[in-house]
Design a binder for this molecule. Structure first.
Ligand SMILES: Nc1ncnc2c1ncn2[C@@H]1O[C@H](COP(=O)(O)OP(=O)(O)OP(=O)(O)O)[C@@H](O)[C@H]1O
Ligand SMILES: [Mg+2]
Length: 228
């Protein structure tokens, strides 16, 4: 189980997250939704240690992470795909994936399950990351995040700027990965994310205002929250 308990986060002045509680179990896809500026990316940055968290706790399988530096959290088993993907355009596909291996548990070769998950990456192994299409770059970013076998995969708007057929493919991949790890996904594309999520948190102004299984969420309130 991955868990946030009463988490606050700040970029300097004023709290962006306020008392966020969240549970992200293994074998489940948990989603976090909310409109622009709600604090979704900040929540994921707080998980990774990229933003100050003056109060609250972050647990991974019972161990507290909130005081650990970013690289140590990656090593403990958090795979992170930032918004906008952030791959290295000048490095090859292979080099990009190997970076994920080094950030995680160690060095070695890329395990087969990565290419079984994303066959296209094997084909383009020696191509530069920057020469891939947007959807392929998203696949590369996910490959880099899972190559070290994380306990939790954290994805920030994986469908942003990607065509529908690739979005469906990414949905299938995420559903397939959950048997190996917990998945926490931030999305604004509701129809997509409610389809693949087992549990959903709704954020507004840095607070969780609603949570539940997708089919039990108050649809009216959800739509209102997303569209304001
Ligand atoms: N580096 C930063 N410095 C100061 N404030 C920031 C910084 N990054 C984000 N914020 C502020 O924190 C709040 C939450 O931003 P965040 O990026 O978490 O929103 P989001 O829910 O991910 O939105 P979007 O859907 O647009 O990605 C916003 O008010 C934003 O302006
Ligand atoms: Mg964001």
């Amino acid at each position: 189980m991955f868990k946030l308990e009463g988490l606050y986060a700040t970029y300097g002045e004023g709290m962006v997250l306020r008392h966020v509680d969240m549970e992200v179990p293994m074998g489940r896809v948990t989603c976090l939704v909310g409109r622009n500026g709600a604090g979704k990316s900040t929540t994921l940055k707080a998980v990774m240690g990229l933003v100050k968290t003056p109060q609250g706790k972050i647990f991974l399988e019972g161990q507290e992470l909130q005081k650990l530096p970013v690289y140590e959290r990656a090593k403990r088993g958090i795979g992170y795909v930032p918004q906008g993907r952030d791959i290295f355009p000048q490095l090859t596909v292979e080099e990009n994936i190997l970076l994920g291996l080094e950030a995680g548990k160690g060095k070695g070769t890329i395990p087969d399950f990565v290419f079984e998950t994303f066959p296209i990456l094997r084909e383009f192994l020696h191509r530069k990351g920057g020469d891939l299409s947007g959807g392929q770059q998203q696949q590369l970013a996910i490959a880099r995040a899972i190559v070290a076998g994380p306990r939790i995969l954290v994805l920030d708007e994986p469908t942003e700027g990607i065509q529908p057929s690739v979005i469906q493919e990414i949905g299938r991949v995420i559903t397939g990965l959950k048997s190996r790890m917990a998945v926490l996904i931030v999305e604004q594309y509701l129809e997509f994310v409610l389809n693949i999520a087992d549990y959903c948190y709704v954020m507004e102004n840095g607070r969780i205002i609603m949570d539940g299984e997708p089919e039990h969420l108050d649809q009216k309130r959800l739509q209102a929250t997303m569209s304001l």
